[in-house]
Design a protein around this ligand. Structure first.
Ligand code: SR1
Ligand code: MG
Length: 406
């Protein structure tokens, strides 16, 4: 019998004992320490360490950190452990290694991504990451295309789609991403009072926009295309100048691959917006914002390039092995990507889960202008989704929006 045979939410001291019992990771426990390091909306994350090595334990609580009223099945840890293992096979070294998943304690024990920082934090310090576009496009092309029906054995794909069914986490996104930012029926939106009228007009009263969001929502609900990460924002990435780790895939399920690509694009524009509003030194601003701007274009172009290469190397199906079909398929992925870039932009600006890139802009006028720009750009992504096919298309739209008098 062990006290870890029944679920309870662990504190730092419990976690050291837990690691000793379950993994025996350290040779000597006399100097082992534990610190809760999570800053997400949902789970508890602990780092257990001594001066030689360290390990991460992520425990799912029954209540969400962002709201005591919200509860979730703790099964999300199983899905996360399994997708991390799958992604490590598809894109080796680009996700942390899983050491143990314990379904009783709902605890995932994994590699500590030492030497890396959370990307959103790095971006808020206006760090540039020259290899990011190359590395994230590589990760997305591999993990997304290689899990589709286009590449994967169809029987195995159906098994995976079943195992990765994630209804409660999808339900969160269905509300927070696809619905509430347009109609605030749960009264959970966080809107900066300085842009309240703008939000009423541009989001709550734009019926054409609601229709596009509804179409994208149906696609999210029904298009079991790829094993997607499902929450690929810059808080789900640990990074340094040389290497990128993607983690925290608890929202994973079989869904439209453009959901991941669009999320990254939107979050890179949040980083640009923060740099533009906050950096005072002109040379530093040009360096950071110039990099973030080019990065958005590069991510799109490199994703397309890698997608096509992988497609040609991996597609065996007699009907899909056809360049015209590949272009038709990629085209639909790019439409989804643009729409999701718009949806993520809007929900992180006015929805329940905002981003620090915008909320920490200290100057009220600059913050309002940044948020209005994000919303205007998002509307272009949604309403003109068919015209976003290249990095240049994204960069032109950004240039157009930042030249507006808002
Ligand atoms: C209620 S959870 C709010 C958000 O945090 C997660 O990271 C997801 O993005 C979710 O939408
Ligand atoms: Mg998360």
């Amino acid at each position: 019998m062990s006290r870890f045979d029944t679920y309870f939410l662990m504190k730092e001291a419990d976690v050291i004992e837990y690691i000793k019992e379950k993994l025996d990771f350290f040779e000597d426990y006399s100097d082992v320490k534990c610190k809760e390091v999570g800053d997400g909306n949902i789970n508890y994350v602990f780092r257990v360490y001594n001066d030689k090595k360290s390990v991460i334990i992520k425990q799912a609580g029954e209540h969400l950190r962002i709201s005591e009223e919200m509860t979730l099945s703790t099964d999300r840890g199983r899905i996360e452990a399994n997708i991390l293992k799958a992604q490590n096979d598809l894109a080796p070294g680009q996700v942390p290694e899983v050491y143990l998943y314990d379904g009783t304690m709902c605890a995932l024990v994994m590699e500590d991504m030492t030497g890396h920082s959370m990307m959103r934090t790095g971006l808020l310090n206006h760090e540039v990451y020259p290899k990011f576009a190359e590395q994230i496009s590589d990760f997305m092309a591999k993990t997304l295309l290689l899990t589709t029906d286009i590449v994967k054995d169809h029987l195995e794909k159906k098994e995976w789609a079943k195992d990765f069914t994630n209804p409660e986490l999808c339900d969160i996104s269905e509300h927070l991403v696809f619905s509430e930012p347009f109609i605030d029926y749960n009264k959970r939106n966080n809107v900066n009072p300085d842009i309240k009228d703008f939000v009423e007009k541009e989001l709550y009263n734009d019926k054409e926009l609601h229709l596009v969001a509804a179409k994208a929502k149906l696609d999210f609900l029904t298009n079991a295309q790829s094993l997607i990460h499902g929450d690929l924002h810059t808080g789900s990435i640990f990074i340094n100048k040389e290497h990128t780790f993607v983690f925290d895939p608890e929202f994973a399920f079989y869904g439209p691959m453009g959901y991941d690509v669009g999320n990254i694009i939107a979050n890179m524009f949040f980083a640009w917006s923060n740099g533009d509003a906050v950096i005072e030194d002109e040379a530093k601003k040009a360096e950071f914002c110039g990099w973030a701007f080019e990065c958005i274009g590069d991510i799109v172009d490199l994703f397309v390039e890698k997608f096509k290469k992988l497609y040609k190397e991996n597609v065996a199906d007699i009907m899909f092995k056809n360049d015209e079909f590949m272009n038709y398929y990629l085209d639909s992925v790019l439409v989804d990507t643009a729409r999701v870039a718009g949806l993520e932009s809007i929900r992180r600006t006015v929805g329940m889960a905002n981003v620090l890139d915008l909320t920490t802009i200290p100057d009220a006028k600059k913050r309002a202008r940044a948020e209005k720009r994000v919303i205007k750009l998002a509307k272009k992504f949604l309403l003109e989704a068919d015209s976003f096919k290249t990095g240049k298309d994204y960069k032109e739209a950004i240039k157009e929006v930042i030249s507006m008098d808002l």
